[in-house]
Write a protein that binds this ligand. Structure first.
Ligand SMILES: Cc1ccn(-c2ncnc3[nH]cnc23)c1
Length: 518
């Protein structure tokens, strides 16, 4: 409103600054510095400008201008910037600050349709999942699948897949979408679904921002529970741990089981040198667990993390249901840790972790992450080679997740990749390191490389989640049999390859032009 026209940025076509949308461009150092890195803090690359759209039409106008310019420039949508390796950056181009969409009229960009057998919510791609949750709960409804951390945007998680402990039952978040609005790399605004413009629908889901900007998603809802019985069960033996996890995600456990199944691995050294208490475990709990590891001589403690949804009008039945379920499981006797919380407290549990880490000044640090999908048949080899081998005496800050998912809940027409073996279960293994010093960044990056090399040598056919590959050959291997289709769709929906260059999948024509004129 009444904003001064920004000074034209050297690297952008001058006439961009004569357009109506120019008043929404920021070229000053403060704006561009904030958009020059992401949550991972592994990459710094400045855009020439940051764009603050009000509507999807604003985004379409910007992209149309770039795509039809003699010197197309990169354009990257950025929600919370929670990529970890610069995937949400636009070096030398324009970062679109999605969080400025519908500013002031925030409620207008989350519309719940509660009536009917299949309730859904229309959410702006810029909306945070925590805000979607609050809006749907007003109707006693909620999306079925959640990432661990909720201050992420709908567009960002759907561009990856959106995994978490409910995915074994409902598939990843991308499997729970009816329809999308997408602004393509030619600046067209397209509504797509399984029946309409379906090639764009399937491309965009898990599409890493390569085919268009998701500006709306129609997301399936279910009746929300009021409360959650949230448990952690400790194991010292990985065979028993994985056998119980696979039981819990199987059809046999459907009625009697958890609504959410995840798992964590705690390496021994972290007992001696890690935090004395955590949001879930008290100091007493951690002491008991450290003694257990010592007594058993195990290299790690494995936790199954389960959640059973219920409503307060039948608390004793959840006690009975939980007791019956635990009777089927072989965790270390006496090592059951239980919390009874509201549905929102459970879903928003990582906020507590964030608060603790921020107050310790270790939230805004580099995050050299490695997220792998590992075939079920190789998870014991992975555990032996990595947790009992490579990382045995490691003690980096951060957490290790390890839990199984059912592949048949994923839709292979979508761009997201799962392991290509013929097994029906695969594990998500997330090495979510925080680097507390610069040389730890290098060390952890090397360690992640050696984890992948160890898997390659052992013939373990992993796929990365939140993928980062350093060559087009690496990306071709990542996408495997989908690569041909993906390059066709890229040519159709983003022919100048201007979208989300931070993923480094396609050499962008925008860069090529830049090089030619440099
Ligand atoms: C797959 C993934 C990527 C990041 N995460 C997480 N990030 C931060 N805290 C977490 N706690 C559990 N999962 C977490 C999980």
């Amino acid at each position: 409103a009444g904003q001064l026209r920004p000074l034209p940025a050297a690297g952008l076509p001058g006439d961009l600054f004569n357009l109506g949308i120019a008043s929404r461009l920021r070229t000053d150092g403060n704006a561009t510095a904030r958009a020059s890195t992401d949550f991972g803090q592994m990459v710094t690359a400045a855009p020439e400008a940051v764009f603050h759209p009000r509507t999807p039409a604003d985004i379409a106008a910007l992209i149309r201008f770039s795509a039809s310019s003699p010197a197309p420039f990169p354009v990257a949508p950025r929600g919370q910037g929670h990529s970890w390796r610069g995937q949400s950056l636009a070096p030398g181009g324009v970062v679109v600050d999605m969080r400025s969409m519908g500013r002031g009229r925030r409620g207008a960009r989350i519309n719940v349709s509660a009536a009917g057998a299949e309730p859904y919510v229309d959410a702006g791609g810029e909306q945070l999942w925590i805000d979607v949750l609050r809006a749907t709960l007003r109707h006693g409804l909620a999306p079925r699948v959640w990432t661990d951390y909720l201050r992420l945007t709908v567009g960002g998680t759907l561009s990856n897949a959106g995994i978490g402990g409910q995915a074994f039952r409902h598939g990843p978040q991308i499997a729970n979408v009816h329809e999308l609005d997408v602004v393509t790399g030619t600046g067209e605004m397209v509504t797509c679904s399984r029946d309409k413009n379906s090639d764009l629908f399937f491309a965009a889901l898990g599409g890493l921002g390569q085919f268009g900007v998701i500006t709306r998603a129609r997301i399936m809802l279910e009746t929300a529970p009021k409360r959650v019985r949230w448990v952690r069960l400790a194991y010292t033996d990985v065979v028993t741990f994985t056998k119980d996890q696979e039981f819990l995600i199987s059809d046999r456990a459907r009625e009697v089981g958890f609504n959410y199944v995840e798992g964590q691995v705690q390496l021994n050294r972290s007992f001696a040198e890690g935090p004395k208490s955590t949001p879930f475990f008290s100091a007493t709990d951690l002491n008991r667990l450290a003694k257990l590891a010592l007594r058993k001589g195990s290299a790690a403690i494995y936790y199954i993390e389960g959640a059973m949804y219920y409503n307060e009008d039948d608390p004793e039945s959840v006690d009975q249901k939980m007791e019956a379920l635990l009777d089927n499981l072989s965790f270390e006797p006496g090592f059951v840790f239980t919390k009874d919380v509201t549905f929102v407290q459970f879903l928003d549990r990582v906020l507590e972790e964030e608060r603790v880490l921020r107050s310790a000044g270790v939230w805004e640090v580099p995050h050299p992450w490695l997220n792998l999908f590992v075939p079920r048949s190789r998870i014991l080899d992975f555990d032996n080679g990595v947790f009992k081998g490579l990382l045995r005496d490691a003690n980096p800050a951060g957490i290790i997740l390890m839990y199984p998912m059912n592949k048949d809940k994923w839709d292979d027409r979508m761009t997201a990749m799962t392991p290509t073996d013929d097994e029906d279960v695969f594990y998500a293994v997330s090495l979510l390191w925080s680097a507390l010093s610069v040389d730890e960044v290098v060390k952890l990056e090397r360690e992640n490389e050696s984890v992948m090399n160890l898997c390659d040598k052992a013939g373990i056919k992993w796929k990365q989640y939140l993928p980062h590959h350093t060559s087009q050959d690496g990306w071709q291997q990542h996408f495997g049999a989908k690569w041909g289709k993906i390059t066709e769709l890229k040519a159709k929906y983003d022919p100048q390859a201007i979208l989300s260059p931070g993923q480094k999948i396609f050499p962008s024509r925008a860069e090529a032009v830049g090089i030619a004129t440099a």
